[in-house]
Design a protein around this ligand. Sequence first.
Ligand SMILES: Cc1cc2nc3c(=O)[nH]c(=O)nc-3n(C[C@H](O)[C@H](O)[C@H](O)COP(=O)(O)OP(=O)(O)OC[C@H]3O[C@@H](n4cnc5c(N)ncnc54)[C@H](O)[C@@H]3O)c2cc1C
Length: 322
Amino acid sequence: MAQIFAYIVHKNGVADDTALELLTAAKKIDPAASVTAIVTGEGSALDAVAGQVAKAYNEVWKFSAPVFAYPNAEAVRPLLVKVLPAGAILLVAHDTFGMDLAPGLSIKLNAALVTDVVGIEGLDGSTLKLVRQEFGGQVSTHVAADVSTGAVLTPRAGSFTAAEAAASGPVVDKSAEAGDLVVKRRFIEVVAAEVGDVDITKEDVLVSIGRGIEEQDNIEIAQDLAKAMGAVVSCSRPIVDAKWLEKSRQVGTSGQTVKPKVYLACGISGSFQHLGGLKGNPFIVAINKNAKAPIFQVADVGIVANILEFMPALTEAIEEGK
Ligand SMILES: Cc1cc2nc3c(=O)[nH]c(=O)nc-3n(C[C@H](O)[C@H](O)[C@H](O)COP(=O)(O)OP(=O)(O)OC[C@H]3O[C@@H](n4cnc5c(N)ncnc54)[C@H](O)[C@@H]3O)c2cc1C
């Protein structure tokens, strides 16, 4: 049976949504596996996270030390090399921390590395079959990884549904096993993202536009639709880069993390950097003129259409229905 571990990222005493998604991914590798969560940090925030995660995982390993106060891969990497058993499979979310941690860790462990995992087809002997994305999500690749010496996998946020809290495992304080960890990287301050005229992180319904909007003047079309729906306009990064909307409206890994109930992705391809900012399992409606756009892989409803025609028609239909 595979020995599966999940490294859990957290902020302000709250486990990231990916905590339960990683458990689903682990069960796809081996439904019978006992899965151990690993949390690092310090103080009461760490205790709170360990308590939350213990409601779903079979066991939680807690490592408390000042060196873990910030998510620093430079400290977590040697820790995991020290404490993971030989042949272990480790899952860590494909975010900036995971991307920092995973490659070097896989080399130190002599383990397979598969990043940006969007699907897991199962374990057959020592071969693990997975689906990952390349070229900014333009290509899905089916991978057969030899995991006989272990593996480090980084599942993409939102690609696996959050597991229900089924197990209730003990929290084991393993801080003493961390030993002395010396780091050269020093965290100075956390700079909160700017909040503009609207706070898209608090909105239930977002009409989000991407490069498919084509011209700045067309943004009005999205604003009309948002108004009709009682929603707010957000966007992908190219729209901010073009200075068509403020940075505070950008969804993604270098923008805002949003948790709407409904997300209309209009002319957005679905890069992992964009989807990385979408949390809380929203109902995603994707409108894109390219039927093969990667956004359709995560959408609950997919509409192949020209947004410049579809959005005004939808606005009109909503207004008529009022
Ligand atoms: C370090 C880093 C951080 C990043 N952070 C972010 C981030 O936080 N957020 C973010 O969004 N991106 C981010 N990116 C950029 C990201 O990689 C993508 O380039 C970006 O998300 C693509 O935006 P898009 O989907 O709007 O554009 P594109 O990828 O160009 O997609 C446009 C889509 O619109 C469709 N389309 C075109 N015309 C129409 C039409 N008339 N009707 C319907 N559909 C149409 C096309 O078929 C296409 O699918 C980051 C990149 C890097 C390297």
